[in-house]
Write a protein that binds this ligand. Structure first.
Ligand code: ZN
Ligand code: ZN
Length: 409
């Protein structure tokens, strides 16, 4: 027997329905805030991600699925959504036609990571991106929208952590401060971090090695290196969040493992879960870095497997109707009725397609989430009647065919 690849999974009907109902609610929140859907391909040129996410980042150096196509071009399965949306924003000239566009997207992302609970190699994200607003009020608005979406998921209490990573100048200054601090403790750092210290000291902040984590707990934080503009911007973001009643926690050690983030970054964790379920931030230089005009922008993405893991499971209302025929003569009759019932009812109407015993067919209908069975036997057919059986109460009655639709409604 074949099995799905390690780190991938099949989304089965009950889960798919839960996901769809969450997405419908989330998208309605987004559309009321002016977001429109933009979907990009799942494959892109690998170099699109290399520079923007960062050559030395874990995502690019260890986790990206890359391969050569038949023309020997190096392609990648997208490891995240933001970079592709920025590529599409530039490719379709939104910079000129509609610079302040806001988009949402939904689909699979790919990272070759060690599979763990709710952490897959192919995983689903719902993400949003907002362009051409550097104002702190937009940070407040976007974080507010994220918290509205979290509320509609009914995942229980959650915490929003926020921090500011400053602009490139702040990051350069902080890099120097951090490098000085780490230089004195170089002997204890892991080998990766000793290299990072030379090339990009900020990258040590993502290190998962416990020796480095312990040292970094004592390290200076970036908030002390913010330039006056960035310091003011972050203060304003917090003021806007306070003004609309968003509860948050400033987390000075919150950094994100991607190069393109600037200024505000945030992460949402459920109080009864350990992993981040959503994360985002500003990336005021990414549009320019990918060849466009200087354009402030920000966004977030929600990990849908984690949302599904935390959402309450709903016991679905049984509503379907199964038509069961008892002999070949009734098949034509029940087939015709199935087609006309589908036109007049909104619940699922199906016809059992195999000639099995009545008992077996009733059991199958029950398993398939049906509430009622409509049974056609030779005698009923002659009288122009059909048996309506309630599978919940196991009661049944004969109904004249012409009264059937009224009765079922
Ligand atoms: Zn700055
Ligand atoms: Zn390390």
């Amino acid at each position: 027997m074949y099995q799905a690849l390690r780190g991938t999974y099949d989304l089965l009907p009950a889960e798919a329905e839960r996901l769809r109902s969450f997405l419908n609610r989330a998208i309605s929140i987004l559309e009321r805030a002016g977001f429109r859907e933009l979907e990009t391909p799942i494959i892109e040129e690998a170099r699109l991600f290399n520079r923007s996410i960062g050559e030395g980042s874990d995502i690019v150096s260890k986790e990206m699925y890359t391969f050569r196509d038949r023309k020997n071009r190096l392609l990648a399965l997208r490891p995240e959504g933001t970079v592709s949306i920025v590529r599409a924003y530039l490719e379709h000239n939104f910079s000129y036609s509609n610079p302040a566009a806001r988009f949402y997207y939904f689909g699979p992302m790919f990272r070759y990571d060690r599979p763990q609970k709710e952490r897959y190699r192919q995983f689903l994200q719902l993400g949003v991106e907002v362009f051409a607003s550097g104002q702190a009020c937009t940070d407040g608005e976007v974080i507010f929208i994220l918290s509205e979406i979290m509320n509609t998921a009914e995942i229980g209490p959650f915490t929003i952590q926020v921090n500011s990573l400053g602009c490139r100048t702040c990051q350069d200054n902080y890099g120097k401060t951090l490098a000085e601090f780490l230089e004195k403790r170089k002997e204890v750092l892991c080998e990766d971090c000793r290299n990072r210290l030379q090339n990009n000291p900020l990258r040590t902040l993502d290190c998962k090695a416990s020796v480095c984590r312990d040292i970094l707990k004592e390290a200076p934080v970036i908030s002390n290196s913010l330039c006056p503009d960035c310091g003011h911007h972050f203060k304003m973001v917090l003021k806007y969040l306070d003004g609309i009643g968003i509860r948050y926690r400033v987390a000075e050690n919150l950094v994100r493992g991607l190069d393109y983030y600037t200024r505000t970054v945030w992460e949402v964790t459920a109080d009864n879960g350990e992993n981040a379920i959503a994360a985002g931030g500003r990336y005021d230089n990414l549009v320019a870095d990918l060849g466009g005009p200087q354009t402030a922008a920000l966004g977030f993405a929600i990990g849908l497997e984690r949302i599904l893991g935390l959402m309450p499971s709903v016991s679905g209302q049984r509503s379907g109707i199964r038509l069961i025929y008892l002999d070949a003569a009734s098949l034509e009759k029940s087939f015709g009725l199935m087609i006309s019932l589908r036109k007049s009812l909104t619940v699922p109407v199906t016809l059992s397609a195999e000639e099995k015993s009545l008992k077996a067919q009733l059991r199958l209908a029950d398993k398939d989430n049906c509430r009622f069975a409509l049974i056609f036997g030779p005698e009923e057919l002659e009288r122009g009647e059909v048996i309506l059986r309630d599978l919940d109460s196991s009661t049944q009655e004969s109904i004249r065919e012409k009264d059937l639709i009224e009765r079922l409604k």
